[in-house]
Design a binder for this molecule. Structure first.
Ligand code: ATP
Ligand code: NCN
Length: 207
């Protein structure tokens, strides 16, 4: 199957696509776990893993090449509906607000949902034009060990508090007018890329 960005808009007519942006340095079972949960809970047709050329807030040191991260993401995804893509490289975007503006223009009939872990809900007020992200597409946030409480008490959750929908409406989220977001009570998954990098540096398995 070709990578998603080589499709043209009309092939995507009517599809509902979750976008999981990340450094994927490296991809791990946690990414796969939340993607499978999102496919089901949100009724998505696809999840695209947007393997970021470079997170604007993360150091370049220790970042594997995009080609290496893509290759590992393909191995880890191993599911026909989970599609790693380096489309941000082709679009020339690193800021999520820019990526979403370009994707929604390129695929006008596709319904996109932005997916992220609770750590990023906490951090998103530091992203460029972050409120535009909430105004462009519905957002689904995954529970993640240690982060969920802090995220729900954070600035983004408060700012868009009145636009939060209950999880029992998660299936309809993609069809709601943004801003609309849901906090998913998915089973927790402990994997983290930081832990994997540390373990690899020590030559051991992550705990
Ligand atoms: N175990 C997990 N549970 C829930 N969400 C996760 C999990 N791992 C990653 N995510 C989410 O997936 C997206 C991409 O994650 P990313 O590639 O940054 O991995 P990471 O493990 O958070 O990396 P790092 O430790 O380097 O920050 C982010 O929105 C992140 O919150
Ligand atoms: O737009 C921004 O300013 C911005 C700042 C930090 C992170 N992001 C995006 O957030 C997603 C998660 O990044 P990461 O590195 O935590 O996996 C990824 O798609 C990044 O491009 C975006």
């Amino acid at each position: 199957m070709p990578s998603p960005h080589r499709y043209t808009g009309h092939h995507h007519a009517g599809l509902t696509v979750g976008l999981l942006g990340g450094s994927f340095n490296p991809a791990h079972a946690g990414h796969r776990h939340v993607s499978l949960y999102a496919l089901k809970a949100l009724g998505l047709d696809r999840v695209w893993w947007l393997v970021s050329p470079q997170n604007p807030l993360k150091p370049r040191a220790g970042m594997a090449t995009l080609a290496e991260r893509m290759a590992e993401a393909r191995r880890v995804a191993a599911h026909p509906r989970i599609q790693p893509t380096d489309i941000e490289r082709d679009l020339g975007t690193t800021y999520t607000a820019d990526t979403l503006r370009r994707l929604t223009a390129l695929y006008p009939r596709t319904r996109f949902v932005w997916l992220m872990g609770a750590d990023n809900l906490r951090q998103i007020p530091l992203w460029q034009h972050w409120t535009r992200i909430f105004r462009m597409v519905p957002v689904a946030v995954f529970s993640r060990p240690t982060y969920s409480m802090g995220a729900l008490g954070g600035k983004a959750a408060k700012r868009f508090g009145r636009r939060r929908v209950d999880e029992h409406r998660a299936k309809g989220l993609a069809g709601l007018e943004p801003p609309a977001w849901v906090f998913l009570r998915n089973p927790l998954h402990p994997a983290s890329a930081t832990a994997i990098r540390r373990a690899r540096a020590r030559g051991s398995q992550p705990l």
